[in-house]
Design a protein around this ligand. Structure first.
Ligand SMILES: *Cc1c(COP(=O)(O)O)cnc(C)c1O
Length: 389
């Protein structure tokens, strides 16, 4: 079995007839890359970056949006903007990728892990409420499979206790909650353009900042703690070291590649949602043998990022993955609950997070990508049903 937590990439040499993922290419990437090469300067914040940032602000209604080299680094920026420091507690879902927690841990803050909902990998707002103490500084949510968490409940909790809300919206391009695009609903949002996501530039990400009050500082943190951006706009007459920061700008090559992808993002989303629905329809009968199909949370409009099943137990899940592999189909599990990871186990307070543990053991993701054929979805479904019979 593949011992990979999140980033399952497959190349053309894949031994699987139906691989788990094939990174999307629109066909215009080369043209945009050539255009970037012609400008002669490839460092960050050139014309392609400006275009993509402007496009995303307009299309998604994000007030402040900056490209970053990865979602991981956007989360690190969010942790700096949160002023997360030793003594602070940050409530984070256990069922997520390591970057969600690491961003805060490297600043010395303590992650307090929250459980998933019983029926969905997304975090349980009631469990979050029970974890809030006078040390809590922020709540981090992860919208699993591009399906929005209950942001109404979470923002209410945050307001009541004066907490910041960070959305790990890594999987969420074009996904929304009650009509608002994910990533722009909390104080800070982080998006990923890693090649395993719906649209990508190999490695890439973005930070979204909702409130004007944090925007100036975000720009400085992204520019190594300098006011270079204000200098380039002519607002200050020299640029200086004014805060902590790092190098959070991607090269123009990444932005140019992403520009080509974004132009096709709507068509990619439609296609993925169509294939998602086909899976959902054809796999109805697996529920008869105790395997669950995903439920879409109320208010969430997802983007077809992941089609997953939850098996009866770990044994059934592992057997399903193994037998699909024998049939040339690459299916894969997902996150290993962070509270029970080799790094964190010794720090965890011992509290059980039964839902996160159940998704760790039983969740399986089926192949889903733009170029997947409907016949291939049909074949995967037939094979799954045959195995589970
Ligand atoms: C993919 C992913 C990340 C990491 O994104 P990178 O761009 O590779 O840093 C973080 N969180 C979640 C939920 C993800 O799915």
């Amino acid at each position: 079995m593949l011992a990979i937590n999140c980033h399952v990439s497959t190349n053309v040499l894949s031994v699987y007839e139906v691989p788990f993922n094939r990174p999307f290419q629109s066909g215009n990437e080369q043209a945009y890359l050539s255009k970037a090469l012609e400008t002669g300067t490839l460092a960050g914040d050139g014309p392609a970056t400006q275009f993509v940032q402007g496009y995303c602000k307009k299309t998604f209604g994000f007030p402040h949006f900056w490209l970053t080299p990865s979602c991981t680094q956007a989360l690190e920026m969010a942790a700096i903007l949160t002023n997360a420091e030793p003594g602070d507690e940050i409530i984070i879902p256990s069922y997520t990728f390591v970057s969600t927690a690491n961003a805060f841990v490297i600043r010395g803050a303590k992650p307090v892990f929250a459980d998933s909902l019983p029926e969905h990998p997304n975090v349980d707002p009631e469990h979050i409420a029970s974890l809030i103490t006078d040390k809590t500084k922020a709540i981090v949510v992860v919208h699993y499979a591009g399906m929005g968490c209950d942001m109404t409940a979470i923002n209410q909790l945050a307001e009541r206790h004066h907490l910041l809300v960070i959305e790990d919206a890594a999987q969420c391009t074009f996904a929304s909650y009650k009509g608002e695009y994910l990533g722009g609903i909390g104080h800070f949002g982080a998006i990923s353009y890693h090649e395993t996501k719906n649209i990508h530039c190999g490695e890439g990400g973005a930070l979204i900042v909702r409130d004007e009050a944090f925007a100036g500082r975000a720009e400085i943190i992204r520019e190594k703690g300098t006011n270079r951006s204000a200098f380039l706009r002519g607002e200050v007459d020299k640029y200086s070291w004014v805060d902590i920061g790092s190098s959070y700008l991607p090269s123009e090559l990444n932005a140019a590649f992403l520009q080509a992808q974004l132009e096709s993002a709507e068509r990619v989303t439609e296609r993925r949602k169509k294939l998602w629905s086909r899976y959902h329809e054809e796999l109805k009968e697996v529920e008869k043998v105790g395997v669950e199909r995903p439920t879409v949370p109320e208010g969430a409009d997802h983007n077809g990022h992941i089609y997953y099943l939850t098996c009866r137990d770990g044994e059934q899940r592992n057997e399903l993955i193994r037998r699909l592999a024998e049939a040339g189909i690459q299916a894969t599990f997902h996150y290993q609950a962070l509270h029970d990871s080799p790094y964190y186990r010794k720090h965890h307070n011992g509290g059980q997070l039964p839902n996160a543990e159940r998704f760790t053991d039983t969740l399986v993701r089926l192949p889903l990508y733009y170029d997947l054929l409907e016949d291939e979805v049909g074949r995967v479904c037939e094979t799954v049903k045959e195995i589970l019979k």
